[in-house]
Design a protein. Structure first.
Length: 280
């Protein structure tokens, strides 16, 4: 899906994906769950103004789908839906209060309490990726400065690595990027495994940013568990223990060390599991 195309282009991509899954046979389908970037209104299924999906503004996705498929249609924030799947069937099963973070191109979060997504008053609660930890930091696509998304997402790490290399710093990242020079989180992870100092320093610094952010979430929510998923989460796999130690040091809550930080069960299938969870 081209997120910067027209609303119609986005709509056609969704319809095409559903048609491919159904393979021309909608019989037996009882519901359709759609995961989308927020903010959105989960009650009406309207996509509001997501920074990472600029093609849709006030787009009535659920109502449009129900014209084609007269079944239950649920639309929710992709991180909310993934959080619900993790709470029901995944790493957070058995926990009452769940804070979920997905780290990829951006950073999304979801809060599940007693098996239900916490939506807040208008349905836009849980936008934890746009919590700022540095009011003088770089401007995020949402318009604020220093959001954790603009500092610690996979895209942010790749950008910071590129900026450091431009200054003349030596790193195996350059060789791994090849002729086109495109730096990705996967390349940085390979460099780190190979002992590259720039990659190691960069990931360590970013893990400390995440620790500060997560300590804020613990002080605010006092959750039973934190689950971390998303494509870039693997970048931080080696730093989970550092996260735990730093959180213990800087969190006001004296029992912060009791909150487990777990890897999500659903990786690339988080959207599929989340969509299913919305319809159960």
């Amino acid at each position: 899906m081209n997120s910067c195309g027209s609303a119609e282009d986005g709509w056609k991509s969704v319809v095409s994906a559903i048609a491919e899954v159904l393979d021309g046979d909608p019989e037996g389908v009882q519901g359709i769950g759609i995961c989308a970037p927020g903010p959105l209104d989960p009650k009406t299924g309207v996509i509001l103004n997501p920074p990472n999906l600029p093609c849709w503004r006030n787009f009535a996705l659920a109502a449009s789908l129900q014209k084609l498929y007269p079944v239950l249609v649920r639309v929710d924030n992709d991180a909310n839906a993934a959080a619900l799947a993790e709470a029901r069937w995944g790493a957070a099963r058995g926990y009452r209060e769940v804070f979920y973070a997905t780290i990829g191109t951006g950073i999304g979060t979801g809060i599940v309490i007693d098996g239900k997504i916490f939506h807040g008053r208008t349905g836009s609660a849980g936008e934890g990726g746009h919590i700022s930890i540095d009011y003088r930091g770089p401007i995020c696509r949402c318009g604020k400065r220093g959001c954790i998304e603009i500092l610690a997402s996979g895209t942010a790490i790749a950008r910071r690595a590129s900026d450091l290399l431009v200054t003349g710093m030596k790193s195996s990242i350059t060789d791994l990027a090849g002729n086109d020079g495109a730096i990705t989180g996967e390349i940085i992870a390979k460099a780190y495994v190979g002992g590259d100092r720039l990659a190691s320093d960069l990931l360590r610094e970013t893990a400390d940013m995440l620790a500060l952010w997560l300590s804020n979430m613990i002080d605010l929510l006092d959750p039973d568990v934190i689950v971390i998923g998303g494509g870039a989460a693997a970048l931080y796999a080696a730093f989970f223990e550092r996260l735990r130690e730093r959180i213990k040091e800087i969190t006001l809550n004296p029992r912060a060390h009791e909150v487990p930080i777990l890897h999500a069960r659903y990786g690339a299938d988080a959207g599929v599991a989340g969509g299913a969870a919305l319809c159960v």
